[in-house]
Design a protein around this ligand. Structure first.
Ligand code: BG6
Length: 497
């Protein structure tokens, strides 16, 4: 695909996201020759920077590019850096757009970016609408002389109401087809591969339903704590930070019906249908029985003292905000009726891993004795990160007398492919947006459907004083009672154990 000449205008250009994610992604695209011939980046923020100091900050002296730039030809690096420009927005994100407009038009004329502009909102979310309004008032959302796209970072809303308001607000200034809501999990190769596993094979899909699947389990674990983001995190929590966005995106790809083709609209139509079929939990008893929240406690990991969540900077010492969330739910449709889904996400777990485990039912008649269902049910494990790959667990006969059955694995690892360069999520997503492909971006109705499911849980956790936040020592797989969520004798599969 050829990428049209264009300008990337980043709001919040002096912030962490720009330096940490966006510019390294752009650099990889530059190296891979994916950027168009005529391309510039215009950084905007309240910091007082010049073109040169901006280039130093995000490219030439950026700690996030240090590794990548080591040993590179200086002319090559300079040519990349020279595509970056900067304009100071002054104190307020609600003024100064006249000069932004002038700068954009000067750069466009000088560098031949064809009037194609992509606006990236890497600012705090409370500024999204203000920026969209000002951009539009300058005539910059009008597509009569080039494409105009708006990329919006997560979090998209704080709950259903605010997400709806934000959609409404943005739609005053940009059409839905111009808006790209980023969810970086959709940029992960293995998340996209969920679609291929399901719909480019004939051996999985016939079994992908309530007749053969016992339950589905999704684990997202991080070994880090909240790091320097205590202030943000304490107002968010795991349910908003990870579950509403990244994990429900994964759920929608596991649950959805086959799309009629791979176009952005068809795939997203099916995802919305999937999200709308999640059974919303209304009453307190259901919420009590099906949700668990937890918080990490101080601990010693590998001889090093680790702070508890409530001692982290920016966190209220009496905080009830969850760093662990585990939710059991059902999907009310023909395919999934009565199949439990268990999804958990947490910080300060023993390791960093994200995986989907599809547990198939045990054979309905046991011919062989001594079968331990926790070990012997067939499992399809889709490893999203790290060690990206797929594994099937199945029973084999132990050589020797009798019919002793043991578990064996069939593995595929992405690293075993000859061409195994996996594009980073931001790299892939930026390139898609530059080419106008919104397949891996969340649509308005998708985000709202996800909030619709999450809202009652948030409400129950936040407004019901009786709801416990269970403590767990940093470095273990969550609170002690977390297995109580699973039906029967099942327990969570803890990867690596
Ligand atoms: C972000 C969350 O969206 O995703 C972070 O805000 C989290 O809290 C991160 O650490 C995890 O992303 P990844 O790609 O490292 O799994």
């Amino acid at each position: 695909n050829k990428t049209a000449n264009q300008m990337l205008v980043i709001f919040g250009a002096s912030g962490d996201l720009t330096a940490r994610k966006l510019v390294p992604a752009l650099y990889n695209l530059y190296k891979g020759k994916h950027l168009p011939d005529n391309f510039v980046v215009l950084g905007l923020s309240r910091s007082n920077l010049t073109d040169n100091t901006f280039r130093k900050r995000v490219v030439l002296e950026s700690p996030y590019l240090k590794e990548a730039l080591k040993g590179e030809n200086q002319d090559f690096v300079d040519a990349f850096a020279n595509q970056f420009f900067y304009e100071d927005l002054g104190d307020d994100y609600d003024v100064s757009y006249g000069k932004v407009n002038t700068r954009i038009s000067d750069l466009d004329t000088k560098f031949g970016t064809g009037g194609n502009y992509m606006f990236y909102l890497a600012t705090p979310p409370n500024l999204y609408e203000t920026i969209a309004k000002n951009v539009s008032e300058q005539g910059l959302s009008d597509e009569s002389s080039g494409f105009r796209r708006l990329i919006v970072e997560k979090p998209f809303g704080y709950n259903l109401k605010t997400a709806k308001n934000l959609n409404k607000g943005l739609h005053q200034y940009f059409n839905e087809s111009q808006i790209y809501r980023i969810d970086h999990y959709l940029g992960k190769e293995t998340v996209q591969n969920l679609l291929v596993t399901r719909f480019a094979n004939s051996i999985f899909e016939p079994l992908w339903n309530r007749n053969y699947i016992q339950h589905v389990e999704i684990t997202n674990a991080e070994s880090v704590g909240v790091e320097k983001r205590g202030g943000y995190y304490d107002k968010s929590g795991a349910l908003r930070d990870m579950f509403q966005s990244h994990l429900l995106q994964i759920v929608s790809l596991v649950v959805m019906e086959p799309p009629i083709n791979a176009s952005a609209e068809e795939i997203r139509n099916e995802k919305v249908k999937a999200l709308k079929s999640l059974r919303i939990m209304h009453d307190e008893k259901t919420l009590y029985d099906n949700t668990i929240r937890g918080q990490y406690l101080a601990s010693v990991i590998d001889g090093e003292k680790v702070k508890g969540y409530r001692e982290e900077d920016g966190v209220d010492p009496n905080s009830k905000t969850e760093t662990y969330a585990a939710i059991k739910f059902f999907v009310d449709n023909w395919r999934w009726a009565d199949v439990p889904f268990y999804v958990r996400t947490a910080k300060r777990m023993p390791t960093k891993v994200t995986e989907v485990v599809v547990h198939f039912k045990t054979p309905h008649h046991q011919v062989f004795n001594d079968v331990d269902i926790n070990n012997m049910d067939n499992k399809l494990i889709i490893r999203i990160q790290p060690d990206e790959g797929i594994m099937i667990k199945f029973g084999v006969k132990v050589p020797g007398q009798g019919f002793k059955v043991e578990r064996a694995n069939m593995d595929f690892y992405y690293s075993s492919l000859v061409d195994n360069h996996i594009m980073q999520a931001y790299e892939r997503l930026l390139l898609d947006a530059m080419q106008g492909d919104a397949t891996l971006y969340a649509r308005a109705d998708e985000v709202e459907a996800a909030w619709e499911f999450v809202d009652p849980i948030l409400d129950y956790w936040e407004n019901n004083k009786g709801v416990k936040t269970y403590g767990y020592s940093a470095g273990v797989w969550g609170p002690k009672n977390s297995d109580t969520l699973l039906e029967g004798n099942y327990t969570w599969r803890n990867p690596g154990e």
